[in-house]
Structures are given as C-alpha cells and as structure tokens.
Write a protein that binds this ligand. Structure first.
Ligand SMILES: C/C(=C\C[C@@]12O[C@]1(C)C(=O)c1ccccc1C2=O)CCC[C@H](C)CCC[C@H](C)CCCC(C)C
Length: 167
C-alpha cells in the first residue's frame, strides 16, 4: 500500500474539484427552479424532451425539502440549497487531514449517497430523467469513493509513523 503525504494532497484536490462541480450544478438547479417559478415562458436548457426534463423534477412535490421536510419547517428549502450547503461543507472539511474530519466526510458522503438512492427512486417514480439530478448522483458517488480512499491513506500513514517511531 503506497502511502505518502502527496497522495493525500492529490485526493484532497480531487475531492475539492468534485465539490466545485457540485456547487456549480446546484447553483444552476437553484437558478432554473426559481426561473420556472417566476417566468412561465422560461425554457430551461436541461429540458430536453417530455421524459428528459429537469423542471419536471424541480417543480414536483419532491423538489423542495426532498418531499419529506414539512412546509412549515424552517429547514424547508429547495433541494439545491441543501446541495450548496453540503458541497461547501465537504470542500471545507476536505482541506483538513485530521482523522476525525476525514471520518466526518466519509459519514456525510454515505448520507448523501442514501439521498441519491432516494432521489433516483423518485425520478424513476416520476418516469423522468433529469440530467442535472443524475450529474449530482455521479458527483456524490465520486466524493464518497475519494473520501474513503483518503481515509484509508490517513490510516496507513498513521501506521507507518507508529512503526517509524518504535524502530
Ligand atoms: C441538486 C441536488 C439534487 C438533485 C435533485 O434534487 C433536485 C434538484 C430535485 O429537485 C429532484 C426532484 C425530484 C427527484 C430528484 C431530484 C434531484 O435529484 C442536491 C443533492 C444533494 C445531496 C443528495 C446532498 C444530501 C445532503 C445529505 C442528506 C446531508 C445534508 C447535510 C447538510 C445539509 C449539512
């Protein structure tokens, strides 16, 4: 198992890049969601056909608060807002190479992928393909894989350091 400081830094960069992509996609989704609400004549780029439509997903009952948070809750917000908070949080936490922060990123990554499974199932129920949504699923999967790799690297680095000290 090769374990160097350099490969942890490379993984950090890779995670931050996925977060920036996630932020960009979430911004776009948020913009489209607002624009469809405000302007009836607005045509979103991601509305490609009858069954490949992002606005159908965004304006469905599941487009806000994941369809599970009650409308009266202060947490009730369009889904992309959760995406913005989530990707910003992961980017910040990924800059640290501490073991606990890395464990937090892995945990949040697992949560987000459960979110992905749920949202993908909703898309299936809606009989719809949403290109913007699917790209967030791919980003979430990549973030989880990379953060698990980083966590393993940190583990092996800690092991190596222990060995060095005892020798
Ligand atoms: C743009 C985005 C998801 C895309 C989409 O949600 C959209 C836009 C939507 O309207 C929709 C409608 C119907 C079916 C599917 C969909 C979606 O697919 C965001 C990902 C967010 C990701 C799944 C993060 C999950 C967050 C964690 C559960 C933990 C959050 C903790 C932090 C807030 C602190």
């Amino acid at each position: 198992m090769p374990s160097t400081k350099g490969s942890v830094q490379k993984l950090n960069t890779a995670i931050v890049i996925r977060c920036i992509l996630g932020l960009a996609v979430s911004c776009y989704a948020y913009y489209v969601e607002l624009a469809t609400e405000e302007d009836d004549s607005y045509e979103a780029m991601c509305d490609i056909s009858e069954h490949i439509s992002c606005t159908k997903a965004f304006s469905s009952e599941y487009g806000k608060g994941f369809g599970i948070i009650p409308e009266t809750s202060i947490l009730y917000a369009p889904n992309p807002v959760y995406g913005l908070i989530f990707y910003a949080l992961i980017a910040l936490l990924s800059m640290s190479n501490r073991y606990i922060t890395s464990a937090m990123v892995v945990t949040l990554g697992i949560l987000a992928n459960f979110g992905t499974i749920y949202l993908a199932y909703i898309l299936y129920i809606l009989n719809n393909i949403c290109v913007v949504c699917v790209s967030t699923y791919i980003i979430n999967a990549a973030i989880l894989i990379l953060s698990v790799k980083k966590h393993r690297q940190l583990f092996w680095n800690a092991m190596k350091n222990r060995q060095k000290k005892s020798n």
